[in-house]
Design a protein around this ligand. Structure first.
Ligand SMILES: Nc1ncnc2c1ncn2[C@@H]1O[C@H](COP(=O)(O)OP(=O)(O)OP(=O)(O)O)[C@@H](O)[C@H]1O
Length: 241
C-alpha cells in the first residue's frame, strides 16, 4: 500500500561535466513505499541522478534530500542500498567471501552476518552457488549477487541502476518478483531503465531526456495524458516527436 510521505526530494538539481550539462534543473519527489522508475535513452542522465541520490556524486547546483536530510551524508548512506550499473565484485573470491567483505563494511559481524548472507542469497535465489568463485558466475548471476550485496544492510531505500540489463526474460521476471517482495515489506525502490516493458512494472515513472525530466506520473496517467497505447509512444510525444 502506498504511503504518501516523501522520502526523496530532488530540488532544482543541475550537473555539468565540463561544458556538458547532464542534469538540467531537475525537480522530483519520491514517496515512501513506491517503486519509482527513471526511464530514458542512453545518456539521458539517469545514472548521474541516481549516483547523487546514493551519495556518490554531488550536483553543481540544487540539493538532494533523503528523509528530509541533505545528501551526501554518511549517516544516510546506511539507510540506502545502491546497485551500480557495472558489477563491483571480486572475481577470484567466492560469492560468500564477497558478501562477507561487504557485510564487514556495513559493520555486520558474526552470527548476524551469517544470517543476513543466507537471507539475501535466498532472496536472489543463489543459495546453491554460495561457495562458488564469482569468476564461474554467469552475467545474470553476477547481477543477482550485486543485488544481494545491496540488500545486506536492510536499506529502507534501494537504488538500482539498470538492474536487469543483459538478463534473459525468465531471470528478469524472477528479479522483479524479488523487487515486489521487498517493496511489499516496505522498501522504497528507485530503478533506472531504458526498457519500456520494465517501465510498466513501476508504480510511477519519471521520463528523462537530455538531462531534463520531461514528465512524471503513473504509466496509466502518462499514456492517458498523451492519448497513447504504450509508454514508448507517450515518451515520444512528451519528447516532442
Ligand atoms: N564522470 C563523467 N565525466 C564526463 N561525462 C560524464 C560523466 N558521467 C557521465 N557523463 C556524461 O553524462 C551523460 C549522462 O550520462 P548518464 O550515465 O547519467 O546517462 P544514462 O541516462 O544513465 O545513460 P545509460 O543508460 O547509458 O547509462 C552522458 O553523456 C555521459 O557521457
Amino acid at each position: 500500500m502506498r504511503n504518501e510521505s516523501t522520502c526523496i526530494s530532488i530540488r532544482k538539481v543541475s550537473k555539468q561535466f565540463g561544458k556538458h550539462e547532464v542534469l538540467k534543473n531537475i525537480n522530483l519527489e519520491i514517496y515512501e513505499g513506491e517503486i519509482f522508475g527513471l526511464l530514458g535513452p542512453s545518456g539521458a542522465g539517469k545514472s548521474t541522478l541516481v549516483k547523487e541520490l546514493a551519495g556518490l556524486d554531488v550536483p553543481n547546483s540544487g540539493e538532494n534530500y533523503i528523509f528530509q536530510k541533505k545528501m551526501p551524508s554518511l549517516k544516510l548512506m546506511e539507510r540506502v542500498g545502491y546497485m551500480a550499473q557495472a558489477d563491483a565484485l571480486y572475481e577470484d573470491l567466492t560469492a560468500y567471501e564477497n558478501l562477507q567483505f561487504f557485510a564487514s563494511l556495513y559493520g555486520l559481524k558474526g552470527k548476524k552476518q551469517k544470517q543476513r548472507i543466507n537471507e539475501v542469497m535466498q532472496i536472489v535465489n543463489l543459495m546453491d552457488h554460495l561457495h562458488k568463485p564469482v569468476s564461474n558466475y554467469s552475467g545474470g548471476m553476477k547481477r543477482r549477487l550485486s543485488l544481494a550485496i545491496a540488500l545486506l544492510h536492510e536499506p529502507e531505500i534501494l537504488i538500482l541502476d539498470e538492474p536487469t540489463v543483459g538478463i534473459d526474460p525468465v531471470l528478469r521476471k524472477s528479479i522483479w518478483e524479488a523487487f515486489y517482495e521487498l517493496n511489499r515489506k516496505g522498501t522504497t525502490i528507485i530503478v533506472t531503465t531504458h526498457v519500456m516493458d520494465e517501465a510498466e512494472k513501476c508504480g510511477r515513472l519519471g521520463l528523462m531526456r537530455d538531462g531534463t525530466m520531461i514528465a512524471v506520473g503513473t504509466p496509466e496517467q502518462l499514456k492517458a495524458e498523451t492519448n497513447s497505447t504504450t509508454i514508448e509512444e507517450a515518451f515520444l510525444i512528451y519528447g516532442g516527436a
